[in-house]
Design a protein around this ligand. Structure first.
Ligand SMILES: Nc1ncnc2c1ncn2[C@@H]1O[C@H](COP(=O)(O)OP(=O)(O)OP(=O)(O)O)[C@@H](O)[C@H]1O
Ligand SMILES: [Mg+2]
Length: 205
């Protein structure tokens, strides 16, 4: 898997200056790339362009997938505003990544529980999102992302609400996903984590 951006230019409608002007970069499988830069420099927008939520005005965003017969989504998202289904428990939310691709419910829940345990949430498995703290909800979305078979992980500030111990747990899981052959792209303000990534894209520079 390889994500290749070539000469990408993009401006939000109505904005004076383009956010990206002839931006080129290739994100490789097996690599965690940290996207850094001050607030408003376009980190989230870059993930949107890669995930297909925004289209470039010119240039190209291509996902080169060696497994041409792959079924299912190619991008697994961790969004800035934790997308969890209300009224469903943490374990059901985490299991969604598996159930969505046809895994049996019982097995999906068992694997989801393992993932929640890994992120320190075994005693929150039966809580609905409404009863989780911001950081707990964030870790449920990470667990769900970690379970997804999608070959690209787009993580937007996945540690924004976490303490340093939990941030490191999450980062280690991203490194592990990269070791499994995924393309991992992490937008972050956390310099300590960015320094541990395999590559850094600095949008300020
Ligand atoms: N839907 C939108 N319409 C118009 N402008 C937008 C839209 N979304 C973002 N922008 C603008 O584009 C710029 C980049 O936003 P983006 O969210 O990509 O930044 P960011 O680097 O992720 O910031 P942060 O660190 O605060 O998350 C900002 O100036 C923002 O105001
Ligand atoms: Mg952002």
């Amino acid at each position: 898997m390889r994500v290749v951006l070539e000469d990408v230019s993009f401006a939000y409608p109505g904005s004076v200056e383009p956010l990206f002007l002839n931006f080129s970069y290739a994100f490789d499988a097996g690599t965690v790339t940290a996207v850094v830069g001050p607030s408003g420099t376009g980190k989230s927008t870059l993930l949107d362009l890669i995930g297909g939520l925004q289209l470039p005005d010119s240039g190209s965003v291509e996902l080169h997938d060696a497994e041409s017969s792959r079924i299912g989504p190619r991008c697994s998202w961790v969004l800035q505003n934790n997308m969890l289904l209300g009224g469903r428990t943490a374990v059901d939310n985490a299991a969604l990544a598996l159930i969505a691709t046809g895994s049996p419910r019982g097995e999906s829940r068992a694997r989801a529980l393992d993932a929640l345990t890994r992120f320190g949430l075994s005693d929150r498995a039966d809580y609905p999102p409404e009863r989780l703290s911001g950081g707990e909800a964030q870790r449920v979305t990470i667990a769900r992302c970690f379970l997804s078979a999608a070959p690209i992980i787009l993580a937007d500030e996945p540690t924004g609400q976490l303490d340093s111990l939990n941030s490191q747990l999450v980062f280690d899981a991203l490194i592990e996903s990269a070791s499994d052959g995924k393309v991992v792209i992490l937008a972050t303000h956390d310099q300590a984590l960015a320094q541990q990534a395999h590559a850094i894209v600095d949008l300020a520079g």
